[in-house]
Design a binder for this molecule. Structure first.
Ligand code: IMP
Ligand code: MG
Length: 185
């Protein structure tokens, strides 16, 4: 029996329910399993928002040599948008030269974070470099990014839950929820 998990409250409405997320994560994982050979796969996850997605995705991959690495990036701006100023706050501690690298992100919004990250990692000459994102808000794109695997395309609404936050709250919701105006301080 799974423990009761926190879900939508008065300030949130469910956009994508937990079961739907889990189903899509399994589909993405089987696509990824099919696309890569049995060489090690370096999964590079961007903290903090992708932490739940990467944990579920990795457990759905049917191969033992998934190497899980973390990076952290901070962007200056209000809590709901990226300013365009991206700064690397935690780098990888492994050499990815000649390796298959898969970046795992929670959401692609303006594209600024991933545009920066892919340019940075490409300079290190991985054998391949692809992106998987759980969510994509295509209407919001400012900078181009080529994302190979997309969980869900969503409208231009601010979402929380399943790792995504608003001012560090709501990351622990099981569903992806839209935050109502009342939830925005
Ligand atoms: P980008 O650089 O504008 O593409 O933004 C990417 C980052 O902004 C994501 O990794 C999230 O941390 C954050 N972000 C963008 N949209 C949302 C949202 O709707 N909810 C929560 N965080 C978001
Ligand atoms: Mg965030």
């Amino acid at each position: 029996m799974l423990p009761q998990t926190l879900t939508a409250g008065p300030r949130t409405r469910i956009l994508i329910a937990a079961e739907q997320i889990q189903q899509r994560v399994r589909e993405l994982a089987s696509q990824i399993d099919a696309d890569y050979t049995q060489d090690p796969l370096y999964v590079v996850s961007v903290l903090k928002g992708a932490f739940i997605f990467v944990a579920d995705l990795c457990r759905a991959l049917k191969r033992p040599n998934v190497r899980i690495e973390f990076m952290a990036i901070s962007s200056y701006g209000s809590e709901k948008t990226t300013s365009g100023q991206v700064k690397l706050t935690r780098d990888l501690d492994v050499n990815i030269e000649g390796q298959n690298v898969l970046i795992v992100e929670d959401i692609v919004d303006s594209g600024i974070t991933l545009n920066y990250l892919t340019r940075l990692l490409r300079q290190r000459h991985p054998r391949s470099l692809e992106i998987v994102t759980l969510l994509d808000k295509p209407e919001r794109r400012i900078q181009p990014v080529s994302v190979k695997y997309i969980g869900f395309q969503i409208p231009d609404e601010f979402v929380v839950g399943y790792g995504l936050d608003y001012a560090e709250d709501y990351r622990n919701l099981s569903d992806i929820c839209v935050l109502s105006e009342a939830g925005i301080r």
